[in-house]
Design a protein around this ligand. Sequence first.
Ligand SMILES: NC(=O)c1ccc[n+]([C@@H]2O[C@H](COP(=O)([O-])OP(=O)(O)OC[C@H]3O[C@@H](n4cnc5c(N)ncnc54)[C@H](OP(=O)(O)O)[C@@H]3O)[C@@H](O)[C@H]2O)c1
Length: 212
Amino acid sequence: MNIAFIGVGNVGAPLVDHLQRLGHQVTIAARDPQSSTVQAALQRNPQLAVAPPLAAVEAATVVFLATPFAANEAALAGVKTALTDKILVDCTNPVGPNLAHGLHSTQAGAEFVQGLVPAAKVVKAFTIYGYENFDDPAYPGYGDLKPAMLLAGNDAIAKQTVADFCQALGWEPVDVGGLAMALHLEHMTLLWIQMARVQGVGPGFVWARLSR
Ligand SMILES: NC(=O)c1ccc[n+]([C@@H]2O[C@H](COP(=O)([O-])OP(=O)(O)OC[C@H]3O[C@@H](n4cnc5c(N)ncnc54)[C@H](OP(=O)(O)O)[C@@H]3O)[C@@H](O)[C@H]2O)c1
């Protein structure tokens, strides 16, 4: 599949690398090809392509957004029309001061993103853990049980496409419902950050789903 990435920092860099190695055509939508994050991603995986944002998004079937939440509006402004009917994987989190929800829990960040690009099919995924787990999702010793990747979105086919990525990357995709449910995922993110980075548990834990 042809995939474009807007933002290849902590979150984007491991995902571009793994998705390219899975056989996808992955292009960094770079506002500045010389930026340190773009150069680091290329150093890690020279097979990645780089193109200006509009060209990269126009050529893509799926676009990942992995920018600071405050940068989302600027990052999407030039590619809004090109995103029409395309899947936009929202990896961003609105994190406010003192680890409060950045939109005061009145609206999911993913719904805010959807408002910026109304014609795109936004799916929230790759958000509820720290980037270390996107780099290495292996939790050996649990048999067939895989770490859970919770995702939300309004378009069933778009969600299935993202669920397929999750599975290929080593996660059990768990569909939690429509895009409004992303608000709860964003609160899970805040909980994960509190535990991992504030309380000192460390980043090497995720959640899994047990069903019967
Ligand atoms: N860090 C985590 O563990 C984690 C986990 C889950 C979700 N998230 C969420 O994922 C998002 C990215 O976090 P991160 O830690 O990967 O950030 P990061 O390391 O700071 O990387 C941000 C990336 O966004 C790019 N960028 C910044 N402003 C932009 C703009 N206006 N237009 C286009 N690209 C722009 C940067 O490019 P330049 O290098 O060119 O500036 C860089 O590649 C955030 O919303 C965060 O809340 C983070």
